[in-house]
Design a protein around this ligand. Sequence first.
Ligand code: SF4
Ligand code: SF4
Length: 213
Amino acid sequence: MRYSLTEEEIDYYLTLLNEELTTYDCGTLCKNDKGVPLCCIVDEAVPLLYKTELSCLMKKGDLWFAFKPKTKEDRELIKTADSDQVFAECKGVSHCVRTQRSLCCRTFPLEPYLDKRNIFAGLTFLEEFMKVDKKNNLPKCPMTLRPQDIRQEFVDAHFTFWEKLMFRRPEEFATYKDTSKKARAKIKRTGVKIPVLLPSHHKNRKDILDNLF
Ligand code: SF4
Ligand code: SF4
C-alpha cells in the first residue's frame, strides 16, 4: 500500500529544507553560457515531484507546471513516475522564487546513504551527478569534488527531513536501501569510495563509521 503525502505534510517538509548548501553560490561553478546552473537545466534533470507537492506549489505561485513530453525519451521518462508522482518543470532560473522551490530542488545534489546494516547513516551525492563527463573529465556537479564545502547545518537539517520521509514512505526507504547497496557493490569493484556526509550526531559513532562500506 502506498502512503501518499498530503499537501499539509509537503508544507511541513518544505520548512525543514531552508538551509543553504554552501556559504557561496555553487551555481557559479557550473553555470552555462546563459547563466543557468546545471541542476536547473531541465534536460539534465527533470524534477520529479509528488502530485500533492505540485498542487501545493501551484497554490503558492505560477513557477511550476506539469512537464510536457516532447520526445520519445520524454514519453518513456514520464512512465517511470510512481502513481502519486509527476514530472514537472519550472519557468526557469530567472523566475525562481526561493520559497517556491520543490523538495528535489532543495535536496539536490544529496540523497540518503544507508550503511551495511541498512541504518540511515548520512547523505551522499546522486550517482548520476558524480559521473565524470568525458568532454571535460569532470563530474557533472562540481560539488561532488567539494564535499567539505557543504554546510553541517544543511546536512543536519536534511538528515531530519529524510528520516521523517523514509519513516512515512517505506518506498523511499526501499529505494535508498537499494541505491546504497549498489553503491557498495561499485566501491568493491572499483575500489573508489564515495563521500558520505554524516549528521553531527553520527560523527563520533563508532558503529556507524565501522559499517559505512
Ligand atoms: S548543486 Fe551542483 S549542479 Fe547544482 S548549482 Fe551547485 S554545483 Fe551546480
Ligand atoms: S525552481 Fe529554481 S532551483 Fe528549482 S529548478 Fe527551477 S530555477 Fe532551479
